[in-house]
Design a protein around this ligand. Structure first.
Ligand code: NAP
Length: 479
């Protein structure tokens, strides 16, 4: 299978004819090729986007909204095809792609298609000066959207939809590891009537294609989701050109469990927050802290449940854990497990590759739970981004708060308790962009989404992202 760039509403091979292999994580085999696009392809995408901008930026919001909602409907109609493609590229269970990834990609389009009809700017009457100020919210121009491999279409569309809704033209690059659903999206955009050049999808590696996007002098903003190291690199290149930047980066999120919580609810959700999507979600609660009075009970119950999780081929209905995204990522995760053992971590379950019958070359790993003695250990300080969680007990609220915050990241946190005052105290003091209490990953697309510290810069979601993709201009009229 050959994936192509989507530029000016048409599918193209890369001009220099450079290609990358695409692997299917479930069996380790190459299933196709994707372009490794050069600067020339990015420039062609830019020319198409720039030409489309005058008309798209002046298109009424009703019309933009109608097109975005149409794309959403087409995604829903093509749910099965997109879910299978996502699973083939990423290794996640088809079931998961069908219930989470693709429905959410569809919601991203319908949500921002609706949100733009409600987006308003401010006006200020300067009483006593006979003047009125109002704010125009103008699209930025051509913007770049770069997304990772863990939730491929979900995160790709989370950027593209608000960028398009606000009247920008887009050059978007999915991860080279998972380009398939982004490729399929181009066709749906044409069917939905998105004018040519408004959205351009350029495939390739970060170092080649991504680099060409972030270095392009006329791309006005970069919306990026990915690793903290890549985010820092992008900021270094983009900041001197005064590009607007939105950076959604890594996490090492605490999951704090108090003895007074609803135990069964907590246990069920903690399985999800630890291992959903093979633990490859930036929001996973990879550091579990448990109040010492229930530590041994939790340890036994949790490990018992984790051992029951079924690792298997992603297309099988009963597979709860699929394959990791790539061979190199699997090796990286195994390396972290080894480091943890060397530092005294006690593996309570998992820790090894799984040979799934008939798919022995797939990138499967047992869900792994490691008991650690200190939050200072490497595996509690660095993002693993795989099906690996650590656990340790705590005695007091102060102690657990210190440990929760003692990490360079600040993306999300989960707290399990029925004590309202404690909830309020901890939510206030935890250094994170998102705090979930007695739940995990419950998303309302109107809320600000993003992290603090090394987890990023800016917020996506709701009106926050519509503000990001527009430039405010104040007009003062004296009457
Ligand atoms: P990554 O290696 O940083 O890559 C992310 C994207 O950036 C990919 O499209 C990548 O391209 C591209 N890229 C790499 N180098 C680049 C460069 N020099 N210039 C421009 N683009 C470049 O991250 P990943 O491994 O795909 O994703 C995992 C990370 O994403 C984890 O740290 C996770 O926590 C984070 N994440 C954060 C959020 C959030 O909302 N905060 C959500 C999901 C994931 P290639 O892949 O093609 O090289």
């Amino acid at each position: 299978m050959k994936i192509q760039n989507f530029i000016n509403g048409q599918f193209h091979d890369p001009i220099l004819n450079n290609w990358l292999d695409n692997y299917c994580p479930a069996n380790g085999e190459v299933y196709g090729q994707t372009p490794n696009s050069s600067r020339i392809d990015v420039e062609n995408a830019y020319i198409a986007a720039q030409s489309a901008f005058p008309s798209w930026s002046q298109t009424s919001f009703e019309e933009r909204s109608k097109i975005l909602i149409k794309i959403s409907e087409l995604l829903e109609t093509n749910l099965q095809r997109f879910a299978e493609a996502e699973s083939k590229d990423n290794g996640k269970p088809v079931n998961l792609a069908k219930t989470i990834d693709i429905p959410r990609a569809a919601s991203n389009f319908s949500f921002f298609g609706n949100a733009i009809t409600q987006f308003a700017s401010e006006s200020h009457e300067s009483v006593g000066h006979q003047a009125i100020n109002y704010t125009l919210r103008q699209p930025l121009g051509v913007v770049g959207c770069i997304s990772p491999w863990n939730l491929p279409l979900y995160l790709f569309t989370w950027k593209i939809a608000p960028a398009l809704a606000t009247g920008n033209c887009v050059i978007a690059k999915p991860s080279e590891i998972t380009p398939l659903t982004a490729y399929l999206l181009g066709e749906l955009c044409n069917v939905a009537g998105l004018p040519s050049g408004v959205l351009n999808i350029v495939h390739g590696s970060g170092a080649t294609t991504g680099q060409a996007i972030i270095e392009h002098p006329n791309i006005k903003a970069i919306s990026f989701t990915g690793g903290t190291k890549t985010g820092a690199h992008i900021a270094k290149i983009a900041a001197p050109m005064f590009k607007k930047l939105s950076l959604e980066l890594g996490g090492k999120n605490p999951n704090i469990i108090f003895a007074d919580c609803d135990y069964h609810d907590m246990l069920d959700t903690t399985i999800q927050s630890s291992f959903n999507n093979q633990g490859q979600i930036c929001l996973c609660g990879s550091r579990i802290f448990v109040q010492s009075s229930i530590y041994y009970k939790f340890k036994n119950d949790f490990v018992h449940r984790v051992k029951q999780l079924r690792v298997g081929h992603p297309s099988k209905k009963d597979s709860q854990i699929g394959a990791l995204v790539s061979k190199s990522h699997l090796e990286k995760v195994l390396q972290y497990i080894k480091i943890s053992q060397q530092e005294g971590g006690n593996i309570l379950c998992g820790g090894s590759k799984v040979a799934v019958k008939g798919f022995e070359n797939g990138y499967y790993l047992e869900p792994t739970v490691i008991e650690v003695a200190t939050n200072a250990c490497t595996i509690n300080q660095e993002e693993v981004f795989g099906p690996v969680v650590t656990m340790m007990p705590f005695n007091s609220e102060d102690e657990v708060l210190r440990m929760a915050n003692n990490v360079k990241y600040g993306l999300s946190a989960t707290i399990w308790t029925n004590d309202l005052k404690r909830t309020m105290r901890l939510s206030d003091q935890i250094q994170a962009g998102i705090v979930w209490v007695n739940t995990w990953m419950m998303r309302d697309l109107r809320t600000p989404f993003g992290g603090s510290k090394a987890s990023g810069l800016g917020r996506e979601g709701g009106f926050e992202v519509l503000r990001f993709f527009t430039e405010p201009k104040n007009v003062c009229i004296k009457y």
